[in-house]
Design a protein around this ligand. Sequence first.
Ligand code: NDP
Length: 328
Amino acid sequence: MSDRSGPALVVPHTGGREVLTVEQRTADSPGPGQVLVEVAAAGVNFLDVYQREGVYPMETPYVAGNEGAGTVVEVGSEVHRFAVGDRVTWPQGVGSAARYCVRDADGLVRVPDGVALDSAAAVMLQGLTAHYLTRSTHEVGAGTVALVHAAAGGVGQLLVQMVKSLGGVVVATAGGPDKCSRAERLGADHVIDHQAVDDLAAAVADAVGEHGVDVAYDGVGKDTFDASLASLRPRGTLALFGAASGQVPPFDIQRLNRGGSLFLTRPTLAHHLATRGELEWRADEVLGAVADRSLEVTVGGRYDLADAARAYEDLEGRRTQGKLLLVP
Ligand code: NDP
């Protein structure tokens, strides 16, 4: 049996960043179908914030973190896919922000040769999200015009690159010159600094013409929702996948009619990893693209578990570009 004790980032009860505590924990031994992983890095996500604040109710106390990568150090019974020493990664399931965590083997995928563990941890949740948004929610093809908000953020940078690799046209929005140049460098065709414009929808129309965009990928929520809706072409799709600026208030469905028979969806990653096959398909494509260098993953910061509150403060305070990692 391996040593299974180490630091873990614990949420003792619902609350703000101040409730986060680092405790010494001994992980359970892996049960049937499970493995014990020594975690190399865990991803920092808005999902962790929504869970900690109680927007998504959780039983407390629990160990934070929904995504990570590491090395298998112990294997339970009935596990056929993985052996001790395998490098693995996962996009969902709390308990990731700890030196050791037990995972269901069915939720893990292997990290390909040539991909560092921290790159895998950095790309799973946000990369698989960008994957389902561009392949399943609204399939991007040659000439598809896509509006991408927070284009220098974690999901945003990956969305820009994926839309481009599928032949689409990207209208990116971001806050400030640094973030805008990042979006441009990643291939965005039009970049709008939302801090420099009064009317975001008018700026999008200036960029792509009155006809509008085919799809708006909006993870910002409250502050961008109206502009996203107003930027769509008739029968276009608004994929509202997050609420970095706050939840969108209740909505008059007739606006979809008036806007031109529009589609509105509020998708979530878990529903797009419904089967083992779906997880493998999306992860193979995303990790494969990281391995062959066609998808660039930016790690915008690495934090000790003891500095986790600062990591979330930076993310929520829109001070970051790309992905933040916790290193237990
Ligand atoms: P980001 O790295 O994109 O950080 C959030 C960015 O949103 C900020 O940097 C900022 O960019 C922009 N923003 C605009 N207004 C605000 C505000 N008031 N407060 C904070 N940020 C603001 O984060 P992630 O890539 O981790 O996540 C982006 C969104 O995607 C989140 O809403 C998250 O919940 C969602 N998400 C949804 C998933 C799903 O399956 N539904 C899965 C994964 C993430 P700027 O300064 O350029 O405006």
